[in-house]
Unconditional design. Sequence first.
Length: 209
Amino acid sequence: MTNSPSQLVNLAVTTTLERLVAAYFGWYNPSYPILHEKTFRDKFLNRHQVHPRSNWHIIFHLVFAIGHWILGEESEAEQSRSYMAARSCMSMRMLESGTLLTVQACLLMGNYLQKRDRPNTGYNFIGIAHRMALGLGLHREPPIGTMEDTLSNERRRVLWWIVYCFDSGFSITTGRPITVSGSFIETRLPRNIDDSVRRTDCLQHSSFR
């Protein structure tokens, strides 16, 4: 039984997307572990069930933009298409209710723009991620009563230190003041826990208003 043209197109698109995801997690995420790989891949497989207004769609498109950049096989227009798709998903609404998804999205957007020679715009997005991280209390250790989910708390620590390193590193490079003094940070350095262990659903529900 032969595949229909539409099935062949869908297969080709899926294969391309999987290559971009593999490039992202193979080359980018080990250096900047912003995303939890298993959580992303599970959601990627069920992406048609994700709410249309979820900030996850920003991450979805930015993973492809970064994957294109890593592979270097596509034109700049192809990279721009993924970036513009991510940008079109952004709105003022995402700033009104901070979540860890939004922090992740702003980190990815900021770092991608810096790599695409748009440092000041990237710096602004990193700044948004930093402010949201502070609002979510990522600079503090979780209360003792919430320490049951070790992996989720480790992911929070990882995310905080990436935010801090991105913001501080850019500030030092450009001669700008560092936003937060180290004396205000209580968050411990993360341990080396394999991100493929299991899902971290509670990360999706942390928020402030």
